[in-house]
Design a binder for this molecule. Structure first.
Ligand SMILES: CC(C)(COP(=O)(O)OP(=O)(O)OC[C@H]1O[C@@H](n2cnc3c(N)ncnc32)[C@H](O)[C@@H]1OP(=O)(O)O)[C@@H](O)C(=O)NCCC(=O)NCCS
Length: 152
């Protein structure tokens, strides 16, 4: 059975790093960034645990300037565990966090052609909004998707 719970620091650090390395094929967040995120954003980081092993995680944050805005920053599920609904459960939990935090809008960016992600985000009513050119540097465009929570 998969349990979704808040991430713990430092206990979950190495396993989250392992998930990043696995899901993003060694192109994920550095261990330095994950450590800092776990220190400062622990309320909005959730992990999926199965048989005492972490198989996925999700990272969100509340915007520092705009109290109505939440950011869905990252999600990753171990390759061997993808396609089993774990990403869905993680995103459900993060969306609950944003609703409890009274966010009116949630933003995310995704590679414009990354259909597994876009498909999942559309299930949560994220709408394709615009392409932001060179978001992550030259040639690294991103699709901005927005979920309106103002009527929830
Ligand atoms: C995106 C990701 C988190 C989805 O997690 P997951 O646990 O596999 O997702 P789920 O099993 O909950 O599936 C949710 C929906 O996405 C679909 N989906 C999952 N993997 C898919 C794939 N490879 N291709 C197409 N659709 C896919 C599922 O079919 C499901 O839709 P359905 O119910 O209509 O069938 C996972 O594929 C992943 O870790 N990818 C690598 C990291 C990454 O790129 N993260 C996104 C950064 S923006």
């Amino acid at each position: 059975m998969v349990i979704i719970r808040n991430a713990k620091f430092p206990e979950d650090l190495m396993e989250i790093y392992e998930i990043e390395q696995n899901a993003f094929e060694n192109d994920g967040y550095s261990i330095y960034f994950i450590t800092q995120a776990l220190e400062f954003l622990s309320n909005s980081i959730f992990v999926a645990e199965e048989n005492n092993k972490l198989v996925g995680y999700i990272l969100g944050a509340l915007d520092q300037k705009d109290g109505n805005l939440g950011w869905f920053l990252n999600i990753a599920v171990m390759k061997g565990n993808q396609g089993k609904g774990i990403g869905y459960k993680l995103l459900e939990k993060l969306m609950d966090f944003f609703k409890e935090s009274k966010c009116k809008e949630v933003h995310l960016t995704v590679a414009p052609n990354y259909s597994p992600g876009i498909h999942l985000y559309e299930k949560f009513d994220f709408k394709k909004t615009k392409i932001i050119k060179n978001y992550f540097g030259k040639g690294q465009d991103r699709l901005l998707m927005i979920r309106d929570l103002s009527t929830v």
